[in-house]
Structures are given as C-alpha cells and as structure tokens.
Write a protein that binds this ligand. Structure first.
Ligand SMILES: [Zn+2]
Length: 251
C-alpha cells in the first residue's frame, strides 16, 4: 500500500491541471449513504415512480416524489465535508486543480471551500429548487419549510408552475452545457483522479474515459473494482479520506 500511496503522490506532484471526478463513494464518509447500494433509497423506492415524465404529468407522482426527495435531502443537508473533500480543497490551494466534475448532488465540494467556478455538478444539486415553467429559483430550505408546514406539493409563487429540485431525474436529459464543459476539462487535464465512482453511470462516466483518451493518466480510488481499472495508471481499492490524506502528506 505504501508504494501505491507514493505513486499517487508522485502523479499529483507532476500534475498542474488535475481533473477530479467524484461519485457517491466520495460522500459516504460524510454519512451520506450510496442511494444505489443495498438498503439504499432505490432499494426502498421504485425508481420508475420518479421518471421525469411522471413527475411533470401527475400530481400524485409529485406528492410521492417530494416524500422521497425529502428523505434524501434530510441525510444531505447537515452533512459535512470529510477528509477526502478537504484534500481536494488543498489541491486547489496548491494551484493544481483544474476542476471537479461530480455526480453528487450534496453540495459538499462547495461546503469544503472549493471555488464554485471549478465545480461542475453534472447530476445537478439538491440545494436549490426551480420552477419548471418560469425558471424562478428557490432555496431548498425555503421549500423544506413549506413541506414541513404540511404542504404536500409546492408550486411556484409567481406562476403556479411545477417546482422541482435542480437534480437530474430518471428520464431527464443531462444538461448539455455541463456535459460539454466536463468534456472540455477532460480534454485539458494532465491527471484525472476518479474518487468514489463505480463508473457505471453514463454519460457521466464518459468524462474520465475522455480524459484517458486525451492522454491524461487515470488514478482511481474506489472501494470496488470499476470498468476503467484496466486503463488506469494507479488503482487503489480503499477508503478515500485516509488514502488522500496520506498522499497529500507527501506533496
Ligand atoms: Zn414559476
């Protein structure tokens, strides 16, 4: 293991434009369970109930959606960044961070202090809610207060349009601009660090693929194997926080 840590530290030392790609495993050490894991959210709720088309077409589906969404948001709202997030903040402080592309919707990279312009949330964010008709944005906390006060399905103050958290739902297209931005970062990085992503969700996983195709070395830190392990210069199957801590200690 020491050798792997040394190899990782060397890759970071030699790099000046690192693209960090993060998935659910990044936030489990902050107490946010992987919703796709056994016993997770998608074990208890049927994802097919929450297809975008259903949410926008049916009031009952929206009511169910908000029950599920509140449970998810409940575990995210008070979560704090962990050692892994803080290590990525240190990469930015050292001028080595090109960008963070994250599959996570928990906002923990923002909370860790990374600059907003360096963070691309390709699956959106749970921290804001938008009106699907007029685009008006709401703070998630304000909408939570309404739900707590007994409102089952909130609507827009201005136009009575449907409100939805700014996360990408099943059946909803990925935002083209965020994907394009991510691919640009992938093309311009000189190291791609994949942290806590199983790399099975597309098109998100195409971002590290593109970085590798563009010639950047890949470093993968994830509990389990990933389909890209064979292409990576360095693979560590271990916890992210302690692994990055040790690596950063050698930078
Ligand atoms: Zn509206």
């Amino acid at each position: 293991m020491d050798e792997l840590i040394n190899d990782g530290a060397r890759l970071i030392r030699e790099s000046h434009a690192i693209l960090v790609f993060t998935g659910a495993g990044m936030s489990t050490e902050s107490g946010i369970p992987d919703f796709r894991s056994p016993g997770g959210l998608w074990d208890r709720y049927d994802p097919s109930d929450f297809y975008y088309q259903k949410i926008i077409s049916d009031e009952k589906s929206r009511e169910k959606y908000w029950i599920m969404s509140r449970e998810a948001y409940g575990v995210m709202k008070d979560a704090e960044p962990n050692r892994g997030h803080l290590a990525i903040k240190r990469l930015e402080d050292k001028g080595k961070l090109l960008a963070i592309v994250t599959q996570n919707i928990d906002g923990l990279h923002h909370k860790a202090g990374n600059s907003s312009e360096k963070i691309v949330e390709i699956h959106g964010t749970s921290r804001t809610v938008s009106c699907l008709s007029c685009g008006k944005k709401y703070d998630r906390g304000d909408i939570e207060s309404r739900l707590e006060s007994g409102v089952k399905v909130p609507y827009c103050d201005d136009c009575e349009g449907i409100l939805k958290p700014d996360t990408i739902s099943f059946g909803q297209a990925m935002p083209q601009d965020k994907m394009a931005e991510s691919i640009r970062f992938a093309a311009g990085c000189d190291l791609c660090m994949v942290l806590g992503s199983s790399l099975v969700v597309y098109p998100a996983a195409s971002v590290p693929v593109h970085a590798s195709d563009s010639g950047a070395p890949l470093m993968i830190i994830n509990r389990d194997e990933t389909p890209l392990d064979g292409r990576a210069q360095l693979v560590i199957h271990d916890a992210i926080g302690k692994t990055l801590d040790r690596m950063m200690g050698l930078i």
